[in-house]
Ligand binder design. Structure first.
Ligand code: PLP
Length: 385
């Protein structure tokens, strides 16, 4: 085995970033890294123009109709907080799933405890999917939001969000989807599916830097402002502007992150998403099939299909996942994520909540050789039990 790190933790963050993305981001920031639109000088205008072009790119990428409703935030967590706290009030009922990341579960739990909302979390089946029928059954007269992840960060399964959107629309309930694990792997068609709000993060399969993400809203959905501050205009008013996108943005934007996000989306559009996704899914299938033959390895992810994302979760029976992760790193230079992956309810339902599990997650730069080496390493580790 060579000394190169085999990075199989792309669901945490994609690594490495394409050189082209890094160069474009630094180049634009070196030339235009001033506060966008806050001054009347040319450079501030040019910087603002690039920010607004990025809103257009994001809207286009997610199939949204209005770039003014692309709100920049720090990451998916921040965007989900903005949406959930801005949509839900005391006494409201929210439906979500047990597949969610803590970035959905925790805002809901805090609102439940602190202002008094009702929350129903729908389970998932043996294929790692939340049932649309169960979501519909959970709807009550005071249901004000349905929020669900598009792809599980533990199982890699993609949820039927277009069907969930149909149900939500039939009852007039807004649907917010978390695309942290799906954007950049599988299509997100906001207008076509009738999804009302999309939370995204820039640093995973969108190939941008950490610290940038956002919320995309349909023109029909208004989200209450929950953070207040400077926007660079209407400065005389002591109240936050209510026009989009600034209604939900307060303070100086992460311009470097926005330039990086734009470069990441440009890269994806140039290099293609579908082909890379097919390659990733072929690799994760090979990993799945190889691991399935190893005695003592128990896989929790369902068999991957073309519609899923390249994530596989397993354990080596009789060994702590954390120890397997350390051996993979120390002896084989393979980086994976172990533990609960910030999705405690999935692990509770899989029965892996005590020690967690081992998660392999692939990206567009992984190769056949990476999978061969991971399989060899897992064979050695599992036979040494
Ligand atoms: C499904 C899911 N949602 C949300 C997040 C949060 O993303 P971020 O840390 O970029 O806010 C993650 C991160 O791993 C995730 O997997």
């Amino acid at each position: 085995m060579d000394n190169r790190l085999i990075y199989l933790d792309n669901a945490a963050t994609s690594f490495p970033k394409p050189q082209e993305v890094l160069e474009k981001m630094i180049d634009n920031y070196s030339r235009l890294g001033v506060s966008p639109g806050r001054g009347s000088y040319d450079l501030a205008m040019e910087s603002a123009e690039l920010v607004s072009q990025t809103r257009e790119k994001v809207a286009n990428f997610f199939g949204a109709s209005d770039p003014e409703r692309v709100i920049f935030a720090s990451n998916a967590t921040d965007a989900l907080n903005l949406a959930i706290q801005g949509l839900v009030n005391k006494g409201d009922h929210v439906i979500s799933t047990r597949l969610e990341h803590n970035s959905v579960l925790r805002p809901l739990s805090h609102l439940q405890k602190e202002i008094g909302i009702e929350v129903d979390l729908v389970g998932f089946d043996q294929w790692g999917k939340a049932s649309v029928g169960s979501i519909e059954k959970a709807i009550k007269p005071n249901t004000k939001l349905i929020v669900c992840t598009q792809a599980s960060n533990v199982l890699g399964t993609v949820q039927p969000v277009a069907k969930i959107a149909e149900v939500a629309a039939a009852y007039g309930i807004p649907l917010l989807i978390d695309t942290a694990q799906s954007a950049g792997h599988v299509p997100v068609e906001m207008s076509k599916w009738g999804v009302d709000a999309v939370a995204f993060t820039g640093h995973k399969a969108l190939l941008g830097p950490s610290g940038i993400g956002g919320l995309v809203l349909s023109p029909e959905l208004d989200v209450k402002t929950t953070r207040f501050g400077g926007t660079g205009f209407e400065s005389r008013s002591l109240f936050h502007t209510q026009s989009y996108p600034y209604r939900l943005e307060a303070g100086t934007l992460n311009v470097l992150g926005i330039f990086g996000l734009a470069a990441g989306i440009d890269y994806l559009q140039k290099e293609g998403v579908e082909q890379a996704h097919q390659k990733e899914m072929a690799l994760i299938k090979r990993l799945y099939e190889g691991l399935s033959t190893l005695p003592g390895v128990k896989i929790y992810s369902p068999k991957p299909t073309e519609c899923d994302v390249p994530v596989l979760t397993c354990i080596v029976e009789g060994m702590a996942p954390e120890d397997v992760g350390s051996i993979l790193d120390g002896d084989f230079a393979i980086a994976v994520r172990t533990g609960l992956h910030c999705a405690p309810l999935v692990h509770a339902d899989l029965g892996t909540d005590e020690q967690g599990a081992i998660r392999f997650s692939l990206g567009r730069f992984n190769t056949d050789a990476d999978i061969d080496q991971a399989l060899q390493a897992m064979e050695i580790i599992s036979s040494s039990r």
